[in-house]
Design a protein. Structure first.
Length: 201
């Protein structure tokens, strides 16, 4: 029996959201980097307890729906991953305050299937998690801004600060973002050097 329990715990940990492994990355999150991907990569001290908590929440999620939720959390699709993260947290919250929670249980009188059916002391509650997302234009602008900021952050100018003021967005694909970032960084570095050289002593 004890051997069987150890095997079940081992299989459960294989399905963890964040595997137990060494991490050395201390950089800040990139603008376009997914929350789960960054949490899995960072060695910053605050991240360990967060990973442990999310792993616990995922182990408490119903087994038949766990793999699908894990896949959505790791998805490259930002809205899909964010919605899955909120569902995981809502499920954990309902359990914490004493509700018994079933996942994707049909509700009477509606054709769609809610995310959760929660019951407690004769009460029944159906919960559908909805995450507000920016419209397509805002999402495209956020993506363009994120690409530029990440490209600038990747350049080797640690002592240089560049403020970004967006006046107009070009059509998607019309700008070579890495090349533009290199040119902006090079120009700013040259200007800073001139100011240092010309500064009166």
């Amino acid at each position: 029996m004890n051997c069987r329990r150890r095997q079940l715990r081992y299989v459960s940990r294989l399905m963890d959201l964040f595997p137990d492994r060494p991490r050395v990355n201390l950089r800040p999150a990139r603008v376009r980097e997914g929350r789960v991907a960054y949490l899995d990569s960072t060695a910053r001290p605050w991240a360990g307890p967060v990973r442990s908590l999310w792993n616990t929440w995922l182990r408490e999620y119903p087994e038949h729906a766990r793999a699908a939720l894990r896949g959505r959390l790791w998805s490259d699709d930002g809205p899909q991953s964010r919605a899955a993260a909120v569902e995981l947290q809502v499920h954990a919250l309902l359990r914490q305050i004493g509700w018994r929670v079933a996942v994707e249980s049909p509700a009477p009188g509606v054709s769609s299937v809610p995310d959760f059916r929660a019951t407690r002391e004769g009460l029944e509650l159906f919960v559908e998690v909805v995450v507000a997302e920016p419209n397509r234009l805002e999402a495209r602008r956020d993506r363009a801004y994120g690409e530029l900021k990440d490209a600038l952050d990747a350049l080797p100018n640690p002592g240089l600060t560049i403020d970004i003021v967006v006046k107009k967005f070009a059509p998607p694909g019309s700008v070579n973002t890495p090349a533009f970032a290199r040119a902006a960084s090079s120009g700013a570095a040259e200007l800073a050097a001139r100011q240092v050289i010309s500064r009166p002593r």
